[in-house]
Design a binder for this molecule. Structure first.
Ligand SMILES: [Zn+2]
Length: 602
């Protein structure tokens, strides 16, 4: 007997539940025409501006031309990549993606002169550019910061040429995980279960049967261990390369180099990790102990941490119901925001079906100047509404930002990226809480908020960050590491956070092999940073709705216009102090207490 998950082919899913790509291009011919046009535009750009960025007027014309090129490139990329995301087995989509990648590699080499020449200009000239075109504020601010660490034009050109090779460790890791890792089936009580990386991450770790959960964890970890040394060597390549570039550019520490891109300093980074490791840990330990009690487990192990508090209670939610949930939840942000988000259904921004070859999880992305696109897999559960409203939070920010910012400055710092999405999740929980007096539903909503919103962002990713910090400290001190040392660091972080009542089973120390985040610099900690901002803004909203709503909408329009500290201030949150983090932890502590109290009445 085999337990499998039956999925349909992409061609058999109902079209009305898929996203509408004709909003980008009506057909493949229009896509091809734009590819040809971009090649011509880049050629014309090179002829007109290479070596001619001396006058302000030519700089302005160059910026307009560049914005046009990048806007079209964004459409080309999305049209290809979104088709591949819903079906990796689609040969046409893969072909479109290859065409985009070839175009992108070709033009990035040709456009690299632009920044290099701008960086040669005096600061006053860069300031004049912003005065004439305020939408370029973010772009020029970041350029000015780079200026300090800029190398000679020849060296910059060489580094730009090698750029694709610098991302090799990430793709080696991705290929090992997706194509080479061969997981063994496992058996529990005469039933054979298939195993893969995605099956473990998406289903088995949540399985309500402890025997299945533990056998799955064992099978998963056994295969991971076979790749430990290769992945450690690959990872060492990544971090030592980052250190070399940092040194080459004149940074004393790799931390400063990696944080410069986010426009924050080490104080903010360290505070996030230290405060959560010490103050949130007891709250999460209390919650883990409560799950253990409610679920009647003999012991709580690392492999049990992801389970639901109340798996039997799963109210079914249809896509039709989701419209109402979303509409009610975002009401505090006003009718304009509500109407903007409501467009997602008739305009088909969202891809709901589950089919063979579709990416798992969820994401939102917006081709510049077009409507947003959201990928998810609808399973009729309340958790899906959380995913949806999270992604709609990103979508709302993308629309408001793109309306107000140039394509060259619309991306907010990663420090802020998860704030709009998690803010909407909090709105959803409050809305459910207000509409129901049923204790089991309330407890369900609180525990969903803890597991969906906070566990992932505040715990899983933060523990990655705590581990990463120790690895980069080794690198900064000129030391190397092997797979065993990485496992030891990871195990130590897990033991410190979860305390003596959660057994860190064998295999848990290999968690450092499970995330591609480690190839994205100091990215992991930003999840909790964004969430501390959204939690404090949410608490402000409960206290003072009118002012807080206005501040939040103003924050959403910023994109990259302001660096994180100033941007958070617009949202009414002061991230130069530990107040937002402390308030968030207090809020979580109260939530856990509410869950425990509700359990006594159920
Ligand atoms: Zn997100």
């Amino acid at each position: 007997m085999t337990n499998t998950h039956q999925l349909v082919n992409r061609k058999n899913v109902p079209e009305e539940l898929t996203w509408d790509l004709t909003a980008i291009y009506p057909n493949d011919i229009a896509f091809q025409t734009d590819i040809d046009l971009v090649r011509d535009l880049v050629q014309a750009f090179d002829t007109a501006y290479h070596g001619h960025l001396d006058k302000l007027v030519s700089i302005h014309d160059a910026f307009s031309a560049l914005e046009d090129i990048y806007t079209r490139l964004s459409h080309i990329e999305h049209y290809a990549f979104l088709q591949q995301a819903v079906d990796i087995t689609d040969a046409t989509a893969n072909q479109l993606m290859r065409e985009f990648e070839a175009l992108s590699a070709e033009i990035s080499t040709k456009l690299v002169f632009f920044d290099i020449e701008l960086l040669e200009l005096p600061v006053e000239r860069l300031d004049e550019i912003v005065v004439a075109n305020p939408k370029l504020k973010a772009y020029i601010r970041q350029l000015k910061k780079q200026k300090e660490y800029q190398l000679s034009p020849e060296v910059e050109q060489v580094l730009a040429t090698f750029q694709p090779n610098f991302s090799a460790p990430e793709s080696v890791y991705g290929q090992t995980r997706a194509a080479d890792m061969d997981f063994d089936d496992f058996e529990v009580n005469g039933v054979t279960y298939p195993m893969s990386f995605v099956l473990y991450e998406n289903t088995y770790q949540y399985n309500s049967d402890p025997a299945v959960r533990h056998a799955a964890f064992k099978s998963f970890s056994t295969t991971l261990a076979h790749y430990k040394h290769t992945i450690a060597a690959n990872y060492y390549n990544q971090v030592s390369m980052e250190k070399r570039i940092a040194t080459l550019r004149g940074y004393d520490s790799v931390f400063d180099y990696l944080l410069a891109e986010q426009e924050v300093d080490r104080t903010l980074f360290n505070r996030q990790i230290d405060t959560i490791m010490t103050k949130l840990a007891p709250v999460m330990q209390k919650y883990a102990a409560h799950i253990k009690k409610v679920r009647g487990l003999d012991k709580m192990t690392f492999a049990d941490l992801q389970i639901d508090l109340d798996p039997e209670f799963a109210p079914k939610v249809s896509i039709e119901d989701a419209k109402k949930y979303v509409n009610d939840a975002v009401a505090p942000l006003g009718s304009d925001y509500q109407a903007m988000v409501a467009r997602s259904f008739p305009e088909r921004w969202i891809d709901f079906p589950q089919n063979i070859g579709k990416e798992t999880g969820g994401f939102e992305t917006t081709p510049y100047g077009k409507h947003p696109y959201i990928l998810m897999s609808w399973t009729d559960e309340l958790a899906d509404v959380y995913t949806l409203i999270h992604e709609l939070g990103h979508a709302g920010q993308a629309i408001l930002t793109q309306y107000n910012q140039s394509i060259l400055g619309s991306e907010p710092s990663t420090y802020l990226v998860e704030a709009p999405s998690t803010f909407n999740e909090l709105l959803l929980t409050t809305s459910i809480e207000n509409q129901s007096t049923e204790p089991r539903l309330q407890r369900f909503a609180y525990s969903k908020m803890l597991t969906n919103t906070y566990f992932h962002n505040f715990v899983t990713h933060l523990l990655e960050a705590a581990y990463q910090r120790e690895v980069y400290q080794l690198i900064d001190a000129g030391q190397g590491f092997d797979g065993d040392q990485l496992s030891e660091i990871k195990r130590n972080v897990l033991e410190r956070f979860w305390g003596p009542d959660v057994e860190i089973n064998d295999g848990a120390e290999l968690t450092w092999m499970r995330q591609s985040h480690y190839y994205m610099g100091l990215y992991s900690y930003t999840y909790s940073a964004g969430l501390a901002i959204s939690t404090q803004a949410h608490l402000n909203l409960l206290k003072n709705p009118e002012v807080a709503t206005e501040s939040w909408l103003a924050f959403l329009k910023l994109g990259g216009e302001l660096p994180p500290i100033e941007a958070a201030k617009v949202a009414g949150v002061d991230i130069t102090t530990d107040e937002p983090l402390n308030q968030t932890i207090q809020f979580l502590d109260k939530t856990v207490d509410k869950i425990i109290a509700l359990s006594q009445t159920i």
